[in-house]
Design a protein around this ligand. Structure first.
Ligand SMILES: [Ca+2]
Ligand SMILES: [Ca+2]
Length: 227
C-alpha cells in the first residue's frame, strides 16, 4: 500500500475545478428520444436545422420539448445548456419577455420538481444560455426529465430550439456521492479497478479522459491533499 501511495504522489498533477459529464443531448443528430408535443409534427434533422422546433402557446396547446429520462446518479447538480433562435425578432409584435423559455426538471409523471424562467431581455435572433439546477435532493437511481416551454409565447414570440445539452456537474473527487472527498472515494475506485466487471461507472472517470484508470485515483488523491 505504501508503494501504491508513493505512485500516487509521483503521478500528482493539476486538479480541474469542476467536472461535467454529458447526460443527454438534443440536436439534429440526437433527437429520437426527445418528445416535442406538437400534433402532427414529424421531427427530422432538416426541421431541427431549419429552426422549426418552436416553443409557444398554440390554440391547441403548449408546444414543449421534453428530454428522455435521465437517471440520477452520484451528482448534485445538472446544467442545461440551450441554443435557439427567435426568428421573428424583427417583428413589431415580437416581445422577448413573452418568448422567454421556462426550463424545468420534471419527474416521470410530469410533475414539476424545479423550474427556472430564463428571461430574454434583448430582441435578437440567437439565444445561448445555461441554467444550473441543484438536484442533490433527488434520490440516486430515480429518474427525471428536462422540459423546455415558452408558456407565454405567441407565434410571434416563439423560441426555436436548436440544441440542448444536459450535463451532470460533479463535485470533483466525490466518487461515492456522499458529499465529501475522502479516502473512501479512493477505495471505491481502487476496488473497481481490482474487480473490473465491465460495468460502466460514469463517475469513476474523474479526469474525463474516457476511461477509468489509476490516473483517476490520482485525481481523487490530488483533491484530498489539495483541499
Ligand atoms: Ca465521497
Ligand atoms: Ca479517467
Amino acid at each position: 500500500m505504501k508503494r501504491f501511495l508513493l505512485l500516487l504522489v509521483v503521478m500528482a498533477g493539476v486538479v480541474p475545478l469542476a467536472l461535467a459529464f454529458e447526460l443527454v443531448r438534443f440536436d439534429s443528430n440526437n433527437y429520437n428520444t426527445w418528445t416535442y408535443t406538437r400534433p402532427g409534427f414529424v421531427m427530422t434533422t432538416d426541421v431541427i436545422n431549419q429552426d422549426k422546433v418552436t416553443l409557444y402557446k398554440a390554440s391547441n396547446g403548449d408546444y414543449t420539448l421534453v428530454s428522455p429520462s435521465i437517471m440520477k446518479q452520484q451528482f448534485d447538480s445538472v446544467e442545461v445548456k440551450v441554443l435557439g433562435y427567435s426568428k421573428q425578432y424583427t417583428s413589431s409584435y415580437y416581445d422577448p419577455y413573452l418568448g422567454s423559455p421556462t426550463i424545468e426538471i420534471i419527474n416521470d409523471n410530469g410533475e414539476v420538481l424545479k423550474s427556472v424562467f430564463y428571461e430574454f431581455e434583448e430582441k435578437r435572433l440567437d439565444h445561448t444560455f445555461a441554467v444550473k439546477f441543484d438536484v442533490s435532493d433527488l434520490v440516486n437511481g430515480s429518474s427525471f426529465k428536462v422540459r423546455l416551454a415558452c408558456w407565454q409565447a405567441r407565434i410571434y414570440d416563439a423560441f426555436s430550439v436548436r440544441e440542448v445539452i444536459v450535463d451532470s456537474i460533479l463535485m470533483p473527487g466525490d466518487v461515492d456521492g456522499d458529499g465529501s472527498v475522502t479516502a473512501g472515494d479512493i477505495t471505491v475506485l481502487y476496488n473497481y479497478l481490482l474487480n473490473d466487471d465491465g460495468e460502466n461507472m460514469v463517475v469513476g472517470d474523474q479526469d474525463g479522459d474516457g476511461s477509468i484508470t489509476s490516473a483517476d485515483i490520482t485525481f481523487v488523491y490530488n483533491v484530498i491533499i489539495g483541499g
